[in-house]
Design a protein around this ligand. Structure first.
Ligand SMILES: Nc1ncnc2c1ncn2[C@@H]1O[C@H](COP(=O)(O)OP(=O)(O)OP(=O)(O)O)[C@@H](O)[C@H]1O
Ligand SMILES: [Mg+2]
Length: 165
């Protein structure tokens, strides 16, 4: 089904990221969907900054992984409590077979993965996940968000206060 949210401005998108970041656990994945400029990277930056803050550190730079495809963010502390966040951008992937070479198994198993253009993973897309789809809203700065949970992602959404029935 999914949960629909109105995000009137960028601060609302960041607040959503902060809330989901507070509930994310090792092994979680969030697929970030929506057209170019929808706000996927903006969400990811806020999410990573929030995870850093939870570990008592700051991240100075969260570059868009358009060219590197994968950026890993390690945080101090216990790996279960402070898993590595992987920011993955598959925009440049044309064939889902190319993603096999990225060796994302470990990231999916033990990290928290934020995946822009998740549909490009094909059958490698984690079955347990949250999907966040961002669409243009009524104004320049507004977005409409749709949250859907699959497998453990459904539970996680509920824990974060978004009940996806
Ligand atoms: N409500 C909003 N949520 C997110 N971004 C917003 C919002 N309003 C305005 N913006 C702006 O829209 C742009 C979103 O760019 P961003 O790089 O996050 O998009 P993207 O979805 O990652 O695009 P791409 O597919 O090119 O990677 C930013 O310039 C941001 O400041
Ligand atoms: Mg992006």
């Amino acid at each position: 089904m999914g949960v629909r949210l109105d995000l009137p401005d960028e601060a609302a998108t960041r607040a959503l990221a902060v809330r989901l970041a507070a509930h994310a656990r090792a092994g979680d994945a969030i697929g970030l969907k929506g057209p170019l400029g929808a706000g996927k990277t903006t969400f990811a930056r806020a999410f990573i900054a929030a995870r850093a803050a939870l570990s008592g550190v700051e991240v100075d730079d969260v570059p868009s992984p358009t060219f590197t495809l994968v950026q890993a963010y390690d945080f101090p502390g216990d790996v279960e409590q402070s898993p590595t966040v992987f920011h993955i951008d598959l925009y440049r992937i044309e064939n889902s077979d190319e993603t096999i070479e990225l060796g994302l198994e470990d990231a999916f198993a033990s990290g928290v993965c934020l995946i822009e253009w998740p549909e490009r993973l094909g059958h490698l897309l984690p079955r347990s996940r949250i999907e966040l789809t961002l669409a243009p809203g009524a104004s320049e700065s507004a977005r409409i968000a749709e949250l859907a949970g699959f497998g453990a992602g459904k539970k996680r959404l509920k824990e974060a206060g978004y009940d996806d029935r």
